[in-house]
Design a protein around this ligand. Structure first.
Ligand SMILES: O=C[C@H](O)[C@H](O)[C@H](O)COP(=O)(O)O
Length: 260
């Protein structure tokens, strides 16, 4: 289906393809979750098959683990890897400091652990994910099933005293049933509209009984690779303070698009 990808998928694809070049043989690599990260896994699988790239991947969800194995990537656990050279993952929102909202796909807990255990974290995203202020995308918070309604009420109460616009926390559903994460937990999505002090909110949320982790990634991401529908790619490195631009084409990528 080459040439039939939507502009948004092309944007995700070129970001993923550029970031796949950061992976070198011998590395231990955190593999993110979501549609953009799935492109990364496919691009890396192709490099394994076509170019003899040899690395070990630590997936952040069962979905990513399944896809990674399918495309020929050697999969190990985080405990086996202990520490990672790089983690590459998508995001739901990022701002100019490379603070993130993640967890739209429900994998925020493993994603945060894996990213934090890495020398560097690279986010891959289409340009629409960039925001001036985080919070338009509902902030996912992973809670244990026991007493989730109490956790929900405590979060909503706590939000009253915070610098946020909205205060509603809704239980994520999967059809008729509550959504279950890989760890068997639920997700509360916080409809905030605008988050003033994301650092403070991230810390306070994790103090609420029942909360396991929240989807705010502060001071974790080092680089973002932003893809555009016309093949342009922009890479920003927050530590080096550099920005580079480039353009990729889609012609040679027919094999990758075929099964998607
Ligand atoms: O839990 C899911 C992850 O945080 C994803 O990386 C995030 O939701 C972005 O997903 P996508 O690349 O599909 O937009």
């Amino acid at each position: 289906m080459s040439g039939e990808l939507s502009p948004i998928d092309k944007a995700k694809f070129v970001a993923a393809k550029r970031a796949a070049e950061f992976v070198e043989s011998g590395m231990r690599v955190g593999l993110g979750t979501g549609s953009t990260a799935a492109w990364l896994v496919r691009c890396l699988g192709e490099k394994v098959r076509e170019e003899g790239l040899r690395f070990r991947g630590v997936p952040t969800s069962t979905r990513t683990a399944d896809l990674a194995r399918e495309v020929g990537i050697e999969v190990i656990s985080l405990d086996e890897a202990k520490w990672l050279d790089i983690t590459i993952d998508g995001a739901d929102e990022f701002d100019s400091d490379l603070s993130l909202i993640k967890g739209g796909g429900g994998a925020l807990l493993q994603e945060k652990i894996v990213a934090t255990a890495s020398d560097q974290m690279v986010v891959i995203a289409d340009a629409a994910k960039e925001v001036e202020s985080l919070g338009n995308f509902p902030l996912p918070v992973e809670v244990i099933p026991f007493g989730w309604q109490t956790s929900q009420a405590l979060i909503e109460e706590m939000l009253v005293s915070m610098d946020v616009m909205g205060r509603k926390a809704t239980l994520r559903m999967n059809g008729e049933r509550p959504y279950m994460t890989d760890e068997g937990n639920h997700i509360l999505d916080l409809h905030l509209g605008r988050i003033g002090n994301a650092r403070q909110l991230a810390m306070v949320l994790n103090q609420v009984p029942g909360v396991v982790e929240n989807g705010l990634f502060i001071d974790i991401c080092d680089q973002v690779v932003i893809g555009f529908g016309d093949g342009r790619v922009e890479t920003r490195d927050i530590n080096a303070g550099t920005v580079s631009e480039d353009r990729l084409d889609f012609v040679e990528d027919e094999n990758l698009f075929r099964d998607v």
